[in-house]
Design a protein around this ligand. Structure first.
Ligand code: ADP
Length: 882
């Protein structure tokens, strides 16, 4: 055979114009056969190039690695002219690799840049050396052409991939939002691969064993939507998201993988993880519903895209972190501002709890430290029904101690009972609310915060909130203490006023037990005072319902005995309810004057607060004083009554003999002359003075007595005053009387008593002056004025008020030796006031005085008959002794 090389190359030049490598190779094999080879097989190490003629060789690409090695070894012996020529009689040397036949076999490797890129296997009856050389030369040209072609195709593929990467790059730069980026990437990749669906699986924030898909679907395929939550374990996702592997499976998959593919509704699938900050939180899956082979370049492309996306996700995470850090900073600032205006401990704990639980979706509670050994749960967002925590957990002592030197306590590490009880059973964390070294409260949470990406950020956040909260709490505490103190002071001073207003035991006891009930937040409060050898209940206040406290308590009752002996409040629990026995103590007596007993409801064992006991004790002191006051008052009133009766009796009996003496003295005066007459006149004057004294005393005694009342009459004041003026100045040379002549001045008065007033005031004016006295009646508006003025000794300014007090006298009157009792003006003021009027004095010492009596005018004539003199206050007996 002589190969026609010229024709062969011409055919090659023509064949190479065919569109696909496959078709080129096929027509090439045909040309070679046409050129004289009996059978030809061309194999190119590129996808798509296959044998065209069966030449009895095992297809090389199916021979597998071992077959290839055996073939190469076997062929080595037949190397000739840059090819391998196996003579027909030696074909058996290649064993199973080459079927026996009647033709020589020529194998020519296609070499490009030192690599074998393909093989030509040709059969001919006799392989002449020239034919082999010609085939060799053709193979070299073919190798160059194939290599150039492959390079170009690779370049085109690279350009295509670069375009996909560029498009994805653009999409991920367009946004900083993670979700948006992933959506765009899924869309770009699906379009680039022409796949039915591209999904990005993202690990769930809250439950890392679950993934969520963000999918882009080919609008032409009617695919069911993705399930919302896809478990990772046991699915293809585990290889990608769990192990971080790229997974490439198609129709050649094993049974297990095929089942998995069916679960995802795919026939072929490529899964590539996104590695962000060294962690796989997402992966991309390209799915085909038809058979599809993903090659190395697809894998490479997807790895490149995954790298870009991972970077973008890291950026977005950074941005998110920044943004949420800024938002949190703003939140904190806003919340802190709100906290500043919050004044109650409960409100502050509530806000703090809200801030943290909302930020991290937790369950939590806020606790206030009430004393050094008690914290009290104030608020909780734990819904009813879930494990409950005691409102006041004494276990909290352990917690308080633990809080002393920690800023944040993770409960998972401390599973002792106290913590579990405070926080809940699932573990969590607690934050002390402390300022300097004082603990004001704490926040406790079930579960751990998750949303902020790094644990340091979370801790910094909750600690900042806690620090501000603690300050607000400290302020609120101070404010509450101040307010409580003010309220307590107000309550005690109010109680003090009540004590002063009562001089009757029953009313006092009733008012005080009411206070005790209010102050103690109890259900019942009773007051017990000693009576007949036991403590008798004198009052009981309850919040509705009967008083269940005993009528009598023995002094030997242990609780009462201890309270009275020690002078301290005693606490106990009776029938499930808290009880406090508070002694009534005052500085005036060493022994308690009785006890308060306060009792809570039978299911309320909350002990009485120390501050409440302090208040009750203060109240007890007031009650002790009040009881003493009541005692003194009743002794005093008995005393006063006796004294007034005695006075009335004396003066009455005194006046009888005096009147007789005066009568005889008057007779004697008519008869006597000379020296003896002067003596009789003295007797007469002194007996008149005695009679006046007796009169005053009698009126005084009467006004002091309970039930003092007026016998009122309509009266013309002008005439009435005139009578008194005339009686004092029969010679009409000492008194100048001025009154409104055109009108009557009608008043409604007790003539006898008002006569006493006028006599007293006019008498004084005459007594304390020597010149003319002016008496004047005037009306103005609804009032009548009687003014008595003199130019006598006057009253020193310091004595002006005293002259109206019982037994009150001016110092100048005393020093001048002017006789007087200091009772007249006192009685006068009483009488005028009972008439609804008033009396006052203006005076300058050594210049004179003006006394002014003001009385209400009687209503217009005709109506006076109807006036019922009912609104006359009885004269109240004085309490204090003078
Ligand atoms: P008495 O005149 O009996 O002392 P009163 O109660 O009538 O008692 O008066 C009280 C005091 O008021 C008198 O002691 C006197 O000091 C003073 N007083 C009353 N009237 C006058 C007056 N017109 N001028 C000066 N002092 C007067």
């Amino acid at each position: 055979m002589t190969v026609d090389s010229a024709r062969l190359f011409a055919a090659f030049a023509q064949d190479w114009g065919r569109p696909t490598l496959d078709s080129r190779v096929a027509s090439l094999a045909a040309s070679l056969t046409a050129a004289g080879w009996s059978a030809v097989r061309v194999e190119i190490a590129a996808p798509g190039a296959t044998a065209r003629a069966d030449i009895g060789l095992i297809p090389l690409h199916e021979a597998g690695g071992a077959g290839r090695v055996a073939l190469v070894h076997a062929l080595a012996r037949f190397a000739r002219d840059g090819a391998y020529v196996v003579p027909r009689d030696r074909r058996g040397d290649l064993g199973e690799l080459l079927a026996p036949g009647r033709e020589d076999v020529v194998v020519v490797p296609l070499m490009a840049q030192g690599d074998q890129i393909g093989t030509i296997v040709a059969l001919t009856p006799v392989a002449a050396p020239d034919d082999v050389k010609a085939l060799r030369a053709f193979a070299d040209v073919l190798a160059i052409a194939v290599d150039a072609d492959q390079r170009q195709r690779r370049a085109e593929g690279d350009a295509e991939r670069a375009a996909v990467i560029a498009r994805v790059g653009e999409s991920i730069r367009a946004s900083l939002d993670r979700e948006e980026i992933l959506r765009a990437v899924a869309r770009d990749v699906r379009i680039a691969f022409g796949s039915d669906r591209c999904t990005i699986y993202v690990r769930d924030d809250r439950n890392p064993s679950i993934a969520r898909g963000i999918a882009a679907d080919d609008p032409r395929s009617s695919r069911p939507p993705l399930p919302e939550r896809i478990p990772i374990a046991g699915t293809l996702l585990n290889r990608c998201l769990g192990l971080g592997q790229a997974v490439r499976i198609g129709s050649d998959a094993n049974d297990v993988d095929r089942q998995q593919l069916i679960a995802f509704g795919a026939v072929a699938m490529l899964l590539v993880p996104f590695v962000v900050d060294g962690r796989v939180d997402a992966g991309i899956a390209i799915q085909f519903e038809r058979d599809h082979r993903f090659d190395e370049r697809d894998l490479l492309l997807m790895r490149t895209i995954a790298m870009h996306v991972s970077l973008a996700l890291a950026n977005s995470r950074l941005y998110e972190r920044e943004r949420s850090a800024r938002r949190r900073a703003e939140d904190i600032e806003r919340n802190v501002r709100a906290l500043k205006d919050t004044r109650s401990v409960a409100d502050i704990l509530h806000s703090l709890l809200e801030i943290i639980t909302q930020e991290f979706s937790l369950i939590g509670s806020g606790w206030a430290v009430e004393r050094s050994d008690l914290v009290c749960r104030v608020v909780s967002n734990r819904s009813e029904g879930i494990a409950t925590i005691d409102d006041r957990a004494p276990e909290a002592l352990a917690v308080i101690n633990a809080m002393a030197d920690h800023e944040l306590i993770t409960i998972a590490a401390r599973d002792d009972g106290a913590w579990v009880k405070i926080v809940g059973t699932r573990g969590g964390f607690a934050l002390p609310l402390r300022v300097e070294h004082r603990l004001y409260g704490m926040l406790a949470f079930e579960g751990l915060p998750r949303d902020i990406d790094d644990s340091q950020g979370r801790e910094a956040y909750v600690r900042t909130v806690a620090a501000h909260g603690a300050l607000a709490l400290a302020n609120a505490r101070a404010f509450e203490a101040e307010r409580r103190f003010a309220a307590e002071s107000a309550a005690i001073s109010e109680a003090g006023r009540t004590v002063l207003a009562h001089n009757d035991l029953g009313a006092l006891a009733e008012a005080m037990t009411r206070y005790a009930l209010e102050l103690s937040d109890a259900n019942m409060a009773s007051l017990y005072v000693p009576r007949d050898g036991v403590l008798a209940r004198v009052a009981c206040a309850t919040i509705g319902g009967e008083c269940a406290l005993p009528q009598r308590i023995s002094f030997e009752d242990p609780l009462v005995e201890r309270a009275i002996e020690s002078g301290n409040s005693m606490l106990a629990t009776l029938a499930g309810g808290a009880v406090a026995v508070v002694p009534l103590r005052s500085a005036a007596s060493p022994r308690a004057a009785g006890v308060f007993v306060c009792q809570r409801a039978s299911d309320d064992a909350r002990p009485f607060d120390r501050s409440v006991l302090r208040l009750l004790e203060a109240l007890g002191t007031l009650v002790a004083l009040g009881l003493r006051n009541v005692e003194l008052y009743s002794a005093l009133s008995e005393n006063n009554e006796f004294k007034d009766d005695l006075l009335a009796m004396f003066t009455h009996d005194f006046k009888g003999p005096l009147t007789v003496i005066q009568g005889y003295t008057e007779l004697l005066l008519e008869e006597e002359t000379g020296e003896r007459k002067a003596s009789v006149e003295t007797i007469y004057a002194q007996s008149k003075r005695l009679a006046k004294l007796a009169d005053d005393s009698l009126v005084l005694a009467r006004t002091q007595a309970a039930g003092f009342s007026l016998q009122r009459d309509i009266c013309d004041l002008n005439g009435f005053v005139g009578e008194s003026v005339h009686a004092h100045d029969p010679g009409e040379d000492r008194i100048e009387y001025v009154y409104p002549e055109e009108d009557d001045t009608i008043v409604f008065i007790d003539r006898t008593r008002l006569r006493h007033v006028l006599d007293n005031v006019i008498g004084n004016a005459l007594k304390y002056s020597e010149g003319v006295v002016r008496v004047e009646v005037e009306t103005r508006g609804s009032e009548a004025f009687v003014r008595v003025s003199d130019r006598g000794i006057g009253i020193p300014p310091a004595d002006l008020e005293r002259v109206f007090v019982r037994f009150g006298r001016g110092t100048n009157a005393r020093s001048r030796g002017i006789a007087g009792t200091g009772v007249g003006l006192y009685i006068s003021r009483k009488i005028v006031e009972v008439h609804g009027g008033r009396i006052a004095v203006r005076s300058v010492e050594n210049e004179g005085s003006t006394f002014e009596i003001v009385l209400p005018l009687a209503p217009a004539a005709g109506m006076t008959e109807d006036v019922e003199p009912a609104a006359q206050p009885a004269l109240v007996p004085e309490v204090t002794a003078s």
